[in-house]
Design a binder for this molecule. Structure first.
Ligand SMILES: *Cc1c(COP(=O)(O)O)cnc(C)c1O
Length: 235
């Protein structure tokens, strides 16, 4: 049996974002049940990067509340107004964070998924203290050890997680990874789960449009899906 291709649902105008959101939700549920998981334990982060407020609003109006953005400045341009209109909307930062943007990030976002170096951990601690906000944090692990990719390398993950907790008192809830584009993601997802378990971390942010069902199989508690919901991003 061949798996349906998630890309097949994203041809322009073929379906609305809300219809595609329902479709993704249904597929998450099917995958969860297939692997004896409670579908409610898999949360869907709708990745709205590059899409404007007009594209995001219908998804909010349909009741979805959890979103991901990868750039602080772009999110600042779109989300304050959307959050005014939908105060219970929650926003995860899923892209690399520069320390000079940490204050803006702590003000706007509700979770940081990309903590990957001591300097950033320290600055996030300072800014959370200053703002009086405790944001759930994820440590990003570069499971493929790709030089161009953010994230702590696996060999340093345990020590860095410990440092984030003990030295910087960050509320680390889980791990996040982006497997190499050309590889089978399954071993990367399995590896991330092993690192999380040995560090007592419950949350796993893994899986994107092309592989979120596989991520559910391997224990994802957050999947980050953009294209399969909002359609192809403008290039
Ligand atoms: C863009 C992005 C996603 C979503 O990717 P799609 O393939 O469009 O679903 C997920 N995670 C991260 C970190 C991203 O930057």
């Amino acid at each position: 049996m061949t798996e349906p291709d998630p890309q097949s649902t994203v041809s322009p105008g073929a379906a609305s974002a809300t219809a595609r959101l329902d479709h993704v939700r249904r597929r998450i549920e099917i995958s969860a049940r297939r692997w004896q998981r409670d579908p409610a334990t898999v949360r869907l982060v709708a990745v709205s990067k590059t899409h404007d407020a007009e594209a995001i609003r219908p998804v909010l109006e349909a009741g979805h509340r959890l979103f991901g953005e990868n750039r602080v400045q772009e999110a600042q341009a779109k989300w304050p107004a959307l959050k005014d209109a939908f105060p219970d909307a929650r926003l995860h930062l899923i892209g690399p964070l520069q320390t000079n943007k940490a204050r803006d990030a702590v003000r706007l976002f509700d979770a940081i998924e990309t903590v990957d170096r001591p300097k950033l951990a320290r600055v996030l601690r300072d800014e959370m203290d200053r703002e009086g906000r405790e944001l759930p944090c994820f440590v990003q692990v570069n499971t493929g050890e790709e030089t161009q990719k953010a994230g702590v390398v696996p060999a340093e993950a345990d020590a860095f997680i410990r440092q984030c907790r003990d030295e910087y008192r960050l509320p680390v809830q889980g791990l996040m990874c982006i497997p190499p584009a050309e590889e089978d993601p399954a071993p990367h997802f399995a590896f991330l789960k092993v690192i999380a378990e040995r560090n007592g971390l419950a949350e796993l942010s893994m899986g994107m449009s092309g592989d979120y069902e596989i991520a559910v199989q391997f224990g994802a508690t957050y999947v980050r899906v953009g294209t399969a919901i909002f359609g192809a991003r403008p290039v």
